[in-house]
Design a binder for this molecule. Sequence first.
Ligand SMILES: [Zn+2]
Length: 353
Amino acid sequence: MERRPGPERGVRVAAPPRGDAVRDGRDGQGVERTAGGGGPIPAAAPLLRLQRAAGNAAVGTLLAVYAAHGTAAPRTLQRQKKQTGVLVHPKSKLTAAQLAKMVTTNASAPDWVKKGLGSSGSSLIKKGPLQGPTDVILDVSQSLRDAVTSGSWEITTGTSTLTVSLTKPLKHGPSTRPQWSRGRDKPMYDYLEWRQVVTPDLEPGEHLVRSLGKVGPDTTMTTPVAIHSEDPEVMYGDTELADTTSQIAQAPKGQNRGLVVLVTEIDVVAPDGTSKTFAPTKDQLVESLLHELSAHAGQDTERRPSEHGRGDVNDIAQEIADWFPASSTTGDIYDFIQHGADAALAEVADLPR
Ligand SMILES: [Zn+2]
């Protein structure tokens, strides 16, 4: 997922695999978070503290749940027998038909993808074989088919807010930050902090939550989940596994679906306080959709590793990235941030430049 403005492409850029949320990286090495952009499930220690403080049975039950699942997010695979297709959320800014059209009219997507994907009602469906060429090193089509036909996924759009500011108090950031500026990286850029939050388009009052297990006959304990990043990167998509899905999506049908979020708007605030809204290109949107479905959702459906850096995720991401021209969106965003950073940092004395 390192995505630099120049020659690389990817859905997003990032750091080392965190294993908790899905993102997209352009060079296929990025960090993906699959179980919830929101970070790992709280470790048992805070719960123990809570238990000591509260001393109630509910916490004991919760701890038992942890013991059963370990510290990793429980990944539930729920194959729906009857309905297949990727359900498009009612609040998605792109309907199933619009998403399908975006793919089928895209000049860069392979024919087998364009002929294989369609829509029916409020779902993205498999309308053709959705079978890729077999004379390739890695056939991504099985993973895409599994994501689309499992009935285990829902999709919605989302808005990302990316704020880059001077660290306060001014301090040197992590030295492992990938270079993001366009060939003009400066040491003083280490004094910036990045914060990015993706807000999925959901029903009013509907939030991403991760289930921590039942604590009573009718009570499930949950914790809020935020899709976020503090790395120098641009997030174009995210895949939340079924254990981190929306309340409403979970409740009515009694079936958990994982949620794929496709970023359609990026509000950027640069270090000098200037702001600008960016929209991913059509190519970027289609790539992100196929990336999330194939590299993450489908792999999870197959009960295979679905985080960047594990299993086939990076190879699938790279294969898909290779179908598309380099997106200009990330470069444009980085240029805007760099302009604001130069202005803000010029006011600060005694920085390495
Ligand atoms: Zn990814």
